[in-house]
Design a protein around this ligand. Structure first.
Ligand SMILES: Nc1ncnc2c1ncn2[C@@H]1O[C@H](COP(=O)(O)OP(=O)(O)OP(=O)(O)O)[C@@H](O)[C@H]1O
Length: 323
């Protein structure tokens, strides 16, 4: 649906986009993550035809899409990070205004306005001025404005920023419903868990460069899972026993014996600590427990760390999402 190739954009001496390429497929919710200032808004503005790139190419449904492509603009809806609604107009007037800008009129316009008001739960407040709305209601109206002209691709730039949990859920559910009805969505958020729950594929950008673009399971595979375990009464060959478990990739022992001839690690009944780097925690842990039982080794503690999107993000960018 959207093909972005080698986009570059400078603001004076600052390189905001440094050759970003990515593909968004029809029907997916595509997540875009990046620390503050990574270039997300710049990328989305160019992808939506609102800003010009210095070089590179954007194709929408196989057609070159630029700032000048007015005939293709109706295919895209954008929910901007800063609210794009008029506080002095009512919710309905806002939607009629933006609908008309996209060429809707008459009964079709009225039907679309009613449909999106209902979809975002603002039918009861349709006649109230947007300026009187809560932050969450304004965000919901902003989303309605983005889809009033029935686009094929919806670009949402941090749609849940600064809203209460209830409105956040409402927006979240609405995005899911729009996607289920066939709308392709690009979604940026500062909430990792939203992107994790909503998106089929996720791109991570940092300092204007694409660091990764993949499905969540594939992104998670970039990091190892570990088991930190403490045992008592381990025999000298216990590290080898652990290393032979199929899903264990590496074993590190934190207190190796001082003399190789001592048969019991850490002395009689002594404690030993191992760190296992594993492919999958569940099967590895089950085998660890059974090996311990078979060898009369007491498993005193086992703590696991699994890859999360947050850890992958930190690994790729060296920064947290909300730095
Ligand atoms: N119009 C502009 N003029 C000058 N610099 C700009 C302009 N717009 C963005 N920038 C700079 O370009 C870089 C990328 O900004 P952009 O808004 O695209 O990042 P972002 O990932 O959307 O950040 P955030 O998460 O904070 O919204 C930042 O350093 C920003 O200060």
């Amino acid at each position: 649906m959207l093909e972005i190739a080698n986009l570059r954009k400078r603001y004076g001496g600052l390189i905001a986009l440094d050759g970003v390429s990515l593909t968004v497929r029809k029907g997916e919710v595509f997540g875009l993550l990046g620390p503050n200032g990574a270039g997300k808004t710049t990328l989305l503005s160019i992808a939506a035809g609102l800003a010009r790139s210095d070089s590179g190419r954007v194709e929408l449904f196989g057609n070159v899409f630029t700032h000048e492509s007015r005939d293709l603009r109706h295919l895209v809806g954008i929910g901007t990070q800063d609210l794009a609604i008029y506080p002095d107009l009512t919710a309905r007037e806002n939607l009629r205004f933006f609908g008309k800008l996209y060429g809707l009129s008459g009964r079709h316009l009225t039907a679309r306005v009613d449909a999106v008001l209902a979809a975002v739960g603002l039918t009861d407040r349709a006649g109230d001025r947007a300026g009187t709305f809560s932050g969450g209601m304004k965000r919901r109206l902003n989303l309605a404005v983005a889809v009033v002209h029935d686009p094929k691709l919806l670009i949402l730039d941090e749609p849940t920023t600064g809203v209460d949990p209830q409105s956040r859920n409402h927006i979240f559910e609405q995005v899911k419903a729009l996607n289920a009805a066939g709308l392709t969505v690009i979604y940026t958020s500062h909430y990792m868990e939203e992107v994790q729950a909503l998106c089929n594929r996720i791109a991570i950008i940092d300092a204007g460069r694409l660091r990764a673009s993949d499905t969540l399971p594939n992104l998670l595979k970039r990091l190892d899972a570990t088991i930190h375990m403490t045992v008592a009464g381990a025999t000298a060959d216990f590290a080898q026993v652990l290393g032979a478990i199929p899903s264990v990739k590496r074993v590190q022992e934190s207190n190796p014996p001082t003399t190789p001839s001592v048969p019991v690690r850490g002395g009689e009944g002594g404690h030993s600590t191992f760190v296992l780097v594993v492919d999958e925690i569940g099967p590895a842990l089950a085998r660890v427990a059974s090996e311990c039982a078979a060898r009369r080794v007491a498993l005193l503690s086992a703590a696991t760390t699994e890859p999360t999107l947050e850890r992958v993000f930190l690994h790729l960018t060296g920064r947290g999402l909300r730095d």
